[in-house]
Design a protein around this ligand. Sequence first.
Ligand code: HEC
Length: 239
Amino acid sequence: MSGDLKWNKIFGAALGTAFVILVVQQASGLIYHSEPPEKMGYFVDAPDEAAGAEEAELPPDWGTVLPAADLAAGEAAFARCQACHNAAQGGADGIGPNLFGVVGGPVMHRAGFAYSDAMTKHKAEAPTWGYDELNSFITAPARYVPGTKMSFAGIRDTQTRINLIAWLRNQGSGGFAVPAPDPARQPGAAAPAEGEAPAAEGAPATEATGEAPAVGAAPTTQQTPAAPPAATSAAPPNS
Ligand code: HEC
């Protein structure tokens, strides 16, 4: 008899639990029910700290990041390339080709350098060292150009690559235009919420003037706070 009672209790408890789960499911369904987004997958644009994989990372918005790049840091980062490259005008090839003017230039830009077959193959697919291409190559050379004879692991830090590419552009590639900033990727741009299209107004319309500004020559956009932040707790007067 007591055995029956025990099973009754267990069964009752299980039923009760199932009931509670059902009720919570229904209730949350009512509370959180929302329309499906008009444009699926818009959160690709949202900054996602969890997306650590480089494959998932959007390429930088060059029009925004290049004028803000730290050229001194870029030059310092070039120390990692200098065992094999120099970027001086008229500089000789070393283990790697001279890199003066490589930004925006053709892949295999040095006629006299013995490039690998892998690089020859790559040139057929992507003939120009644009910003995205350089960025991908410097991130992981052997992954972007499998079989390249540039034996360099790559620079994983995005800001370091941005600084380096900005500095490298100034070594003979000043004529290679920086694209206009993407208004949708400005810090102030509204994230597309509730199915609304991202607001484009308020973003500066940067028309290509045909004349490429030198990187680093853009006016600095330092925001000076109007007033120092108020102290959170007023110190009691000395007694
Ligand atoms: C260990 C030597 C070595 C290091 C270090 C190195 N490179 Fe290279 N790099 C090479 C070689 C060799 C090639 C030619 C690759 C090929 O033919 O496959 C090359 C090719 C390149 C090219 C393509 C040039 C062209 O004419 O198409 C670029 C751009 C480049 N390197 C940039 C860099 C940058 C930037 C760094 C530093 C972050 C760097 N490399 C570090 C050896 C090196």
